[in-house]
Design a protein around this ligand. Structure first.
Ligand SMILES: NC(=O)c1ccc[n+]([C@@H]2O[C@H](COP(=O)([O-])OP(=O)(O)OC[C@H]3O[C@@H](n4cnc5c(N)ncnc54)[C@H](O)[C@@H]3O)[C@@H](O)[C@H]2O)c1
Length: 427
């Protein structure tokens, strides 16, 4: 039995789902095959993802494969209530925008009542809840899929302590996911969200991007193209999951044409600050004091702890929402700082964040859909550990994406295939 904001919004939701589905050709081809082969028959899927139009098309695709789908959001602010209403006519939905933390967790629990055989997470909350509160239910779980960097980091920590009890596929770690989603998707959608919430010009602004991983690189690349002066802040440590040091990332940022410096140096010169680290309090108390008047702070990382909002509140005389999702904090030292979307994922927090462009999520969710199918087929043979996306699935998604645009790559000759694997010097 679904729990959503307003059933009457379903017509709008159906329109949004229809538009997304028209522009998701990769999922459409997977759906066609799923309808025929029904690879998920008899399975219950528990999903915690941002409930919006593109996710809706993924959920419909999974359901067309024969699964029973039950979904909640993975963030209290990001549900599109119209899409939730439309989806609730086809599956169990427990999601609405503007949830309290308590409501959010009660929705995750509602999903778990469907006794999922496969979990699909974006950030890991569902699978963590299963492990921490309902360990007995894990017996019925074949495995899980994780959509984002932060979720994979948490799972790795869990696995390292021997606490992970089911196999999980790190969908986030697919090469096509990084490319489609973290880099190009976030690169566009974060800037869209900031522009839509503030209606301000990007050109000529000094924009500080904290973290030069896949997400930070995408954002910085697009900002440079729009005429911003981009400053990158990286860390003097190895804090990303690919094991590359912040020094490599910092040097790459420099060679890409950004200014590179520490947060202490960047704080007094930035006009807009965007965090994308997957780490905690990367903008904090001592930085706010140094900032210019009316700077804008936005977070693109998964959790709302990248910007230290608590300290901002403590340091402020008062705060006021001046536009939807834009709050001005008046600091006790007389300066003002503006925070977007309460420091939550700026590109997903409604009403000003609409998530990644549809075509991007077509690729990302195609990886997700194929991984769910893979778990259904082979999950029982896997160990309780974190797996990368099988490379043939990863490649298949890139191929389908190109095919869908009528782009076909040059076929190698047999001699070229042989040459690529020989150790002899060619003549
Ligand atoms: N907004 C979105 O739609 C979206 C999409 C994908 C991923 N994400 C999230 O964005 C975050 C980053 O993802 P990614 O794929 O770029 O990860 P990544 O690991 O590739 O990059 C993170 C970067 O931040 C740097 N870093 C860590 N701590 C730092 C600090 N204190 N100061 C400066 N730099 C620091 C790391 O060295 C690394 O280069 C994660 O939380 C991820 O879940 C968001």
């Amino acid at each position: 039995m679904s729990k959503i904001k307003d059933k009457a919004l379903a017509e709008d939701g159906r329109r949004a789902l229809g538009w997304a589905s028209e522009n998701m050709p990769i999922l459409a081809s997977i759906r066609e095959r799923f309808e025929e082969e029904k690879p998920l028959t008899g399975l219950s899927l528990g999903v915690a993802m941002h409930v919006e139009q593109k996710t809706g098309v993924l959920l419909q695709t999974l359901q067309s494969g024969g699964a029973d789908v039950s979904v909640s959001s993975c963030n209290p602010l990001t549900t599109d209530d119209a899409v939730a209403a439309a989806l609730s006519e086809e599956m169990d939905v427990f999601a609405w925008s503007g949830q309290t933390n308590k409501e959010y967790y009660s929705c995750l629990e509602s999903v778990l009542r469907s006794a999922p055989n496969i979990t699909v997470d974006d950030g890991g909350d569902l699978i963590f809840l299963l492990h921490s509160k309902y360990p007995a239910m894990l017996n019925e779980v074949i495995g899980g899929c994780e959509e984002t960097t932060t979720g994979v980091i948490r799972l790795k920590a869990m696995s390292g302590e021997g606490e992970l009890k089911v196999p999980v596929i790190a969908v986030n770690n697919a090469y096509s996911k990084y490319l489609f989603d973290n880099r190009y998707g976030t690169g566009q959608s974060v800037i869209d969200a900031i522009a839509s919430a503030t209606n301000m010009l990007i050109a000529g602004k000094t924009v500080v991007v904290v973290g030069y991983g896949w997400v930070g690189r995408g954002i910085a690349m697009r900002l440079r193209g729009m005429g911003a002066r981009v400053v990158v802040v990286e860390t003097a440590a190895s804090l990303n999951q690919q094991g590359q040091s912040g020094y490599h990332r910092g040097l790459e940022a420099l060679y890409d044409g950004n200014w590179v410096m520490s947060m202490e140096e960047a704080a007094p010169i930035g006009d807009i600050f965007i965090t994308a680290t997957g780490n905690k309090h990367v903008i904090s108390k001592h930085h706010y004091k140094e900032m210019k008047e009316n700077v804008i702070l936005a977070n693109a990382g998964h959790f709302n702890n990248e910007i230290d909002v608590e300290s901002l509140q403590e340091m402020s005389k008062n705060s006021k929402e001046i536009m939807p999702n834009l709050v001005r904090y008046r600091l006790k030292n007389g300066k003002s700082v503006m925070l977007l979307s309460e420091g939550r994922l700026v590109n997903l927090a409604r009403p000003t964040g609409h998530g990644h462009p549809i075509e991007i999520m077509d690729g990302s969710f195609a990886v997700q859909g194929l991984c769910v199918e893979y778990l259904a087929k082979s999950g029982k043979e896997l160990e309780s550990q974190i797996y990368d996306v099988p490379s043939e699935l990863d490649e298949e998604v890139a191929r389908l994406a190109l095919d869908s645009q009528g782009i076909f790559l040059q076929k190698p000759t047999p001699q070229q295939v042989e040459y690529a694997t020989t150790w002899e010097e060619g003549t």
